[in-house]
Write a protein that binds this ligand. Structure first.
Ligand code: NAP
Length: 433
């Protein structure tokens, strides 16, 4: 006996919303075959008219909240973004007993604990595969496929705009502002790209990944966050000459001290798979005790790629209306807050670039300061001075040291008369610990 169609309400008809409606229309037979239920966009929430959009036979409401109130809608798909209207909309949909599918990482990272608890209490599903790494099915992998593992680390390139900018700067020697303008023109970056560049977008996604990986509540205030705007072209060059690539990584790691969560530009050995993921691609690396290392690579953004994940969530809802387990892998009430490793205690190897006077004794002063704080040097490069300059760049790679120790040492070095006060400092992650 054939089931009634799954009635879908789509709110937000921008890049992802329109692509979702397109897939549901164009792939309706394949989706029926896979889910066992036909999927129909029955109601669209679009705050203004778009004469060129085709919503089929769907009812259209200018007030998106009407979609949440529509008794005929089974699943509300929120593709508006932000944490205001989208928040009200999802709460209302849950109150009206509807399943929710969203691509909204900011909302899940900031209000997911509340929304997921509400959905669990109401017996509806809230699904968010598209919220992290666009088309890469990483939520399902962490929530379902790796359920047998103790996950110790999740690390990834989870902002395509940032990766595009760093890739263009390092492979073509282009300037940051120039690449950013192109990223905006190509539609990779938001009109306001602040969150892409300052690490906020990656931090939102990392918060979600860490919650799934470690069974902890979504912890929006936890990540240490550093953007890509400080990465100088010469640092990309020096890193490459030493066998490293610079990537903007989100890293969540469980150690004996607790959980650390951070987003920052990072030197990675060029032989690591994640170091070769360029352009707008995203990559997520997961370490589990049973499986070892899993790396997922794919498009982290774009209308069709993101809609692919939205539609996969809809297929899951159709296949299994009762749900396939808690949204965060563990019931909201059973998630356990971890102890966080203070930022100053987070240890790593370090890349340091200094500018020093080209005179004898300076190198010895620098190495003595590092040695006095037990920071051993792995390699050191002193470049020739630029023409008509008496200053030389000094580039160091150190062994592992906590951030607080490293920054104290660096401050002491920069206080030397022969050293300029504008050093560059980046973490190095070999991912072999
Ligand atoms: N684009 C991507 O590659 C991508 C990837 C992964 C996740 N996401 C997530 O997907 C969601 C949608 O992103 P998008 O790129 O599709 O955004 P978008 O192109 O800007 O579209 C947003 C849509 O929401 C509507 N909207 C905005 N504010 C509204 C409000 N206050 N009330 C009613 N409608 C409102 C807009 O209306 P108008 O049509 O009137 O402007 C537009 O139709 C976001 O959460 C985003 O983070 C996007």
């Amino acid at each position: 006996m054939s089931r009634n169609p799954l009635n879908i309400g789509v709110c937000g008809v921008g890049t992802v919303g329109l692509a979702t409606i397109g897939i549901l229309r164009d792939q309706c037979e394949a989706l029926l075959a896979r889910s066992g239920q036909s999927m129909v966009v029955s109601h669209v929430g679009a705050r203004r008219e778009h004469p060129d959009h085709d919503y089929g036979d769907a009812r259209v409401s200018r007030d998106v909240l009407d979609v949440a109130r529509d008794p005929d809608v089974d699943v509300l798909v929120e593709l508006i973004g932000g944490t205001t209207v989208a928040h009200d909309l999802i709460k209302l949909a849950i109150q009206h007993g509807k399943h929710v599918v969203t691509a909204n990482k900011a909302l899940i990272a900031e209000h997911g604990n509340e929304l997921i608890a509400l959905a669990e209490a109401a017996g509806v599903q809230i699904r968010y595969e598209a919220a992290v790494a666009g088309g890469i099915p990483v939520i399902k992998v962490l929530r379902e496929s790796l359920a047998a593992n103790v996950v110790t680390e999740v690390a990834g390139i989870i902002n395509g705009t940032g990766n595009f900018i760093l890739t263009e700067m390092s492979t073509k020697g282009r300037a940051f502002d120039d690449v950013l303008s192109e990223a905006q023109a190509l539609g990779y970056a938001e009109a306001d790209p602040t969150f892409d560049i300052d690490g906020t977008d990656a931090a939102h996604k990392l918060v979600i990944l860490a919650s799934l990986a470690f069974g902890i509540p979504l912890s929006i205030d936890a990540p240490m966050k550093q953007g890509i705007q400080e990465v100088a072209p010469e640092d990309l060059e020096y890193a490459a000459s030493m066998g490293y690539r610079v990537k903007h990584l989100g890293i969540a790691r469980r150690t004996e001290q607790g959980v650390e969560m951070r987003v920052h530009p990072t030197l990675i050995p060029e032989h690591k798979q994640i170091a070769t993921v360029d352009g707008v691609l995203n990559a997520v690396m997961i370490s589990g005790d049973a499986v070892g290392e899993v790396v997922l690579v794919g498009p982290g953004a774009g209308g069709a790629a993101t809609a692919s994940s939205v539609c996969a969530d809809l297929v899951d809802v159709a296949r299994n209306p009762a749900g396939s387990g808690p949204a965060l892998g563990i019931a909201a009430a059973a998630l356990q807050a971890p102890s966080w490793v203070p930022v100053g205690d987070i240890a790593s190897e370090w890349y340091v670039r200094l500018t020093a006077s080209d005179q004898s004794g300076v190198m010895s002063d620098i190495t003595q300061i590092l040695a006095s704080r037990d920071i051993s040097i792995e390699s050191i490069i002193q470049k020739p001075p630029a023409p008509e300059s008496d200053k030389v760049p000094v580039v160091l790679l150190t062994h592992v040291a906590p951030q607080s120790v490293m920054t104290h040492a660096l401050n002491e070095i920069m206080a030397l008369e022969e050293v300029d006060a504008d050093a560059a400092l980046m973490r190095v992650e070999a991912f072999d610990r």
